[in-house]
Write a protein that binds this ligand. Structure first.
Ligand code: GTP
Length: 365
């Protein structure tokens, strides 16, 4: 008879296309985008490592070669195995695809997590709950203020999941504020039972199927830090929170009002703050104000520009006196002097915007 061992293995799902973060994800898959100075994946891998994971399977598909190159050139103090799907198999299909790469026994707990969630979840507590209750799957749940945009996961007084509900459309359908936070512990044999070689959604197919078959699915509500970095505004927020120390990660190079990586150059009269990170070789010109933003490697912000809550891609240039607020500038794009780009604006990689002579009178704080 098998007895559950300690949790030592994890599967990290990083194969999605990251459509909501386009155009940043055209060249770089979302989990490899730098957040507070390192690829987002590194924050997750090091947190898992610190919780006792010694071996991690990266479930890749979209732009798998970017992960391979990075992993081959780095040592994160943990064994990393790359499992690449020829065709994306969805979240459940990707977990099943990782099975032959796992070494855990059938009853052992395997940690599974989405590649775009920044959280302070107590991983050890989640695994302990899983073992204590003898659950087949244990989900990390997070309470959100407005659950209308999410599928809901109600639990009974023992923490047993009672249903997986679609996004509520009427107030009476909001039976809980707890949502699936994108991190689970699976009994390994539950992974064996996921259909092989086809697209499977863990959220829409595997979890409801487990409930229907009478499996014990538990939920652990953790109200600590949680953020899905899937959209541009949440991406900058996550980076900012890591730099400012509001979000936990062992991988942030240094914390403070801003983070400047090696070779970044910030003019004496520039103001850089609010958790901004400035990438390697990036240049911030005289009098520029950069607040709560992510400036990728080699980007240039010229004199007098105001950049707030924005992401400026690799080697992109933002001309003098431009105003950016909530904008996303693709890699290598050139924004001529004096342009104003506000929330929701996305500039495609390599685009060029002519300079404008109209000057805006934005609040430059
Ligand atoms: P959007 O396109 O912006 O929704 O982002 P996404 O592609 O990351 O999709 P979503 O946020 O729903 O995915 C949740 C997690 O599962 C992310 O970490 C994805 O990388 C991962 N994922 C989604 N689909 C697949 C897949 O087919 N294969 C693998 N290996 N991972 C996937």
């Amino acid at each position: 008879m098998w007895h559950a061992g300690a949790m030592t293995e994890a599967v990290l799902l990083v194969g999605g296309q990251g459509t909501r973060l386009r155009p940043l994800t055209i060249n770089t898959p979302k989990p490899m985008l730098p957040v507070a100075g390192v690829p987002f994946t590194v924050h997750q891998i090091t947190r898992a490592r610190d919780a006792g994971v010694t071996r991690i399977v990266l479930g890749t598909s979209y732009k798998a070669e970017v992960f391979r190159e990075f992993i081959d050139g780095s040592d994160l103090g943990i064994e990393i195995v790359i499992a690449t799907e020829d065709e994306p198999l969805g979240t459940g299909g990707a977990i099943r695809h990782a099975l032959p790469y796992l070494q855990s026994g059938p009853d052992d707990p395997v940690l599974i997590f989405n590649g775009d969630v920044l959280s302070g979840v107590d991983i050890t507590g989640l695994v302990d709950h899983h073992a204590r209750t003898g659950s087949d799957v244990t989900l990390y749940l997070t309470p959100v203020e407005d659950p209308r945009a999410y599928g809901l996961v109600p639990t009974d007084q023992h923490g047993r999941v009672t249903a997986f509900l679609e996004k509520p459309t009427h107030p009476h359908e909001i039976v809980t504020n707890n949502i699936n936070a994108g991190c689970y512990v699976f009994r390994r044999s539950v992974i064996d039972a996921i259909p092989h070689g086809r697209v499977v959604s863990v959220e829409r197919e595997t979890f409801p199927g487990l409930l229907a078959s009478g499996a014990l699915v538990s939920g652990v509500v953790d109200s600590g830090y949680w953020l899905d970095l899937g959209t541009p505004l949440s991406f900058v927020q996550g980076s900012r929170d890591l730099v400012l120390g509001h979000a936990p990660s062992p991988a942030v190079p240094s914390r403070g009002d801003f983070l400047a990586l090696d070779g970044a150059s910030i003019a004496a009269s520039a103001q850089v703050h609010g958790g901004t990170s400035v990438g390697r070789g990036a240049v911030i010109g005289e009098g520029a104000v950069v607040n709560g933003s992510v400036i990728f490697d080699g980007a240039r912000i010229d004199a007098g520009a105001l950049v707030r809550n924005s992401i400026v891609g690799v080697d992109a240039q933002v001309g003098a006196d431009c105003v950016l607020d909530g904008a996303v500038i693709g890699d290598g794009a050139v924004i001529g002097a004096g342009n104003e780009l506000l929330t929701g604006v996305r500039i495609w990689p390599g685009s060029q915007l002519a300079a404008t002579t109209i000057r805006f009178s934005s609040d430059r704080s």
